[in-house]
Design a protein around this ligand. Structure first.
Ligand code: AMP
Length: 284
């Protein structure tokens, strides 16, 4: 694996591979602290591209909580090992000053419903920061395909919009959520939970699976009341920020299921001091 820390060197390398050798480039943007979820994206990219580029960059502009940014895990040696073992071709690992000018400010992003609610509401400015960095990364890597995880479903919609709005011509592939054996969605933040919190967190995926299992037995309202109750009563460590059933294209609430609905249940929960998100596609 070749490691790049500088934009120009990476750009030059990839331009040559694309223009002079006609190679196809797959790109997996990450914030590091890699786990099987990230590695599944690398695997998918390797299947369909000649060169797989992974970026590891803890992007300060997408954090709206200083403690979360400070405590974000950064085990770069382990990441290097995992990426090498996985056969990733290129790692882009820039410093903050390589990606941002001094005092660079975020452009507010407004993609309507897609950026307004849920993560947009509870993490103000989060998507402004995500779009800011992903736009820069796309401009540097210029990939044919990019691979994102369904776990960050709203983020996938935002990046889809970024690509289509700017005619970037990048194919976005959304990959399934990889889970721990007990169902908890893998996340770099999982390591920050203590034993008790980790145990309590299991009810999050269980609740989502339960909604899907009983989808056609109850009304949407009843399903949500039951689901919220299940979480609240499971542990005092859990605090729900949102748990909703929405249209998976528009993120507008679904009040009653129709056959044609493409529905998804999305959730954000504080487990102690760690914020976890997850979702499950209910109807495709
Ligand atoms: P992050 O490092 O958390 O910014 O995530 C980088 C990419 O990995 C994003 O596209 C995430 O959606 C994806 N990802 C994170 N966790 C998982 C998971 N458990 N399964 C699949 N993809 C994931």
């Amino acid at each position: 694996m070749i490691l790049f820390k500088e934009i120009n060197a990476l750009r030059g390398f990839l331009q040559d591979k694309k223009q002079n050798h006609g190679l196809k480039i797959g790109f997996v943007p990450t914030m590091g602290a890699l786990h099987e979820g990230h590695l599944s994206l690398i695997k998918e990219s390797k299947k369909h591209n000649d060169i797989t580029v992974c970026s590891v960059f803890v992007n300060p502009t997408q954090f709206n909580n200083d403690e979360d940014l400070a405590k974000y895990p950064r085990p770069i040696e382990k990441d290097l090992k995992l990426l090498t073992e996985e056969g990733c071709d290129v790692l882009f690992y820039p410093e903050v000053k390589e990606m941002y000018f001094d005092n660079e400010t975020r452009d507010p992003i407004d993609y309507g419903n897609i950026t307004e609610g849920f993560e947009g509401e509870f993490r103000p400015g989060h998507f402004d920061g995500v779009v800011m960095i992903v736009k820069k990364l796309f401009a540097i890597v210029n990939p044919d395909n990019t691979y994102l995880g369904q776990k960050d479903f709203q983020q996938c919609l935002v990046i889809e919009k970024l690509i289509s709005k700017n005619n970037l011509g990048i194919n976005l592939v959304i990959c399934s959520t990889i889970r721990e054996k007990d169902g908890l969605a893998m996340s770099s933040r999982n390591t920050r939970m203590n034993k008790e919190e980790r145990q309590a967190a299991i009810v999050i995926p269980q609740t989502l699976f339960n909604i899907k299992e009983h989808l056609h037995e109850f009304s949407v309202e009843q399903l949500l009341i039951e689901a919220r109750q299940k979480i609240i009563s499971a542990s005092s460590l859990l605090k729900i920020e949102y748990l909703e059933i929405v249209d998976s294209k528009t993120l507008k609430p679904i009040l009653r299921f129709n056959k044609s609905d493409k529905a998804i249940a999305i959730i954000a929960v504080w487990c102690g001091n760690v914020r976890l998100i997850d979702n499950i596609i209910l109807t495709e």
